[in-house]
Design a protein around this ligand. Structure first.
Ligand code: SAH
Length: 349
């Protein structure tokens, strides 16, 4: 079992940090690159198996560093077995979930960025946990390390849509995305990494200012501020108009934003809502991802198929530049669909 310790969590450190650590410990700088490749390209966490390192470096890693941050607690498989949910235990005895979805030419991994979440969206199961803490970079990276090792199909896409609000853990999320993107790390194209935010505007601005190449998804979830504030209190700070405006101003250069819209029966799924949404996005070169609600224990319901179809028909018929897609979540039978991740009961020791 993993132990909470005072050791240096070297897993998740980027190349500069590894160089810094190597020089402090008196190891040559080039060792940092080797270590980087062992941890991320090869996914190795046992220093003894890092065959090209010096013995003194291996000794230091063993004595002073944490190279494995998560331990698997449970795997749940959906009926068709293509979607699996992994429950991990952290060293300080908390639990996070990660979902792996294998399709014909695709293997998408949905990763968590926080333990719980503070954003408090009324319809989302993770919100019921409250926020426990941010994940460190090692814990974000190890979710992928584990799945890469266990699932035969190569990982093609990563979405930061698991537990937590990625932009409230901005630096670590971006650092881990950089590791996923690095050719000597996980080697995934930038457009294969999507970060989804509830709409933390200052961080969206930062993301663009830093010219980050990853895909950005913004959870709109309502067609007017009244409804959005009801279901997403974060709207009181950063309302719809500002989110759409920032999406609009960054529509160029092949970096289209994706707006997500969870369809909730009787809340945001009326034909008026569809018209309102269509007007909001008219002329915005973006994608619109409609997500029929995955039911949790709460008060919200998924609209029936007719209502979903009618809603879509309006948006598609009046399409003015944006592209509409529907995301039928996978793995609902194991509570692995969007917004169903919450560690219901922390397992016993
Ligand atoms: N905190 C981030 C990422 C996590 S959720 C965000 O808000 O974007 C990823 C997507 O799932 C979000 O668009 C969210 O609105 C949506 N979602 C949350 N609960 C859901 C549920 N029960 N059914 C369907 N989608 C849900």
């Amino acid at each position: 079992m993993l132990q909470n310790s005072d050791k240096f969590i070297i897993k998740g450190k980027d190349l500069l940090e590894l160089q810094d650590w190597c020089s402090k410990k008196g190891h040559p700088k080039f060792r940092a690159q080797q270590l980087f490749e062992w941890m991320y390209f090869h996914g190795e966490s046992n220093p003894k198996l890092m065959s090209n390192l010096s013995q003194s470096l291996i000794n230091d890693l063993q004595a002073d560093c944490v190279l494995q941050t998560l331990e698997i607690e449970k795997v749940s498989s959906s009926e068709n077995e293509a979607t699996n949910k992994y429950l991990f235990r952290t060293a300080d005895n908390h639990f996070i979930e990660t979902v792996s979805m294998v399709e014909v030419n695709r293997h998408t991994v949905c990763i968590s960025s926080q333990i719980g979440c503070s954003v408090d969206c009324d319809f989302c199961a993770t919100a019921t946990m409250g926020i426990i803490r941010n994940l460190n970079t090692g814990e974000i990276v190890d979710q992928l390390n584990y799945i890469r090792e266990k699932v035969e199909t190569s990982i093609t896409n990563i979405v930061f849509m698991g537990m937590g609000e990625p932009f409230l853990n901005y630096e670590r999320v971006l650092k881990s995305a950089d590791i996923f993107h690095n050719p000597k790390g996980f080697g995934l194209g930038a457009h294969r990494i999507t970060i989804s935010t509830a709409g933390i505007l200052p961080k969206i601005k930062k993301f663009y200012e830093e010219d980050r190449k990853y895909k950005l998804a913004i959870s709109l979830n309502a067609s007017n501020d009244e409804t959005r504030s009801e279901i997403m209190p974060v709207n009181n700070k950063w309302p719809i108009s500002e989110l759409v405006a920032i999406g609009r101003s960054h529509a160029h250069r092949n970096r289209k934003v994706m707006f997500e819209y969870v369809l909730l029966a009787g809340v945001n799924d009326s034909l008026d809502n569809a018209h309102e949404l269509s007007s909001l996005l008219r002329g915005v070169d973006c994608k619109l991802n409609i997500i029929p609600y995955n039911e949790t224990d709460g008060k919200y319901r998924r609209p029936d198929n007719d209502a979903i179809e009618s809603f879509l028909a309006i948006l598609s018929a009046r399409q003015k530049g944006y592209r509409v897609m529907v995301r039928w979540s996978k793995g609902q039978d194991i509570d692995a669909g969007c917004g169903q991740l919450a560690v219901k009961q922390e397992p016993h020791e």
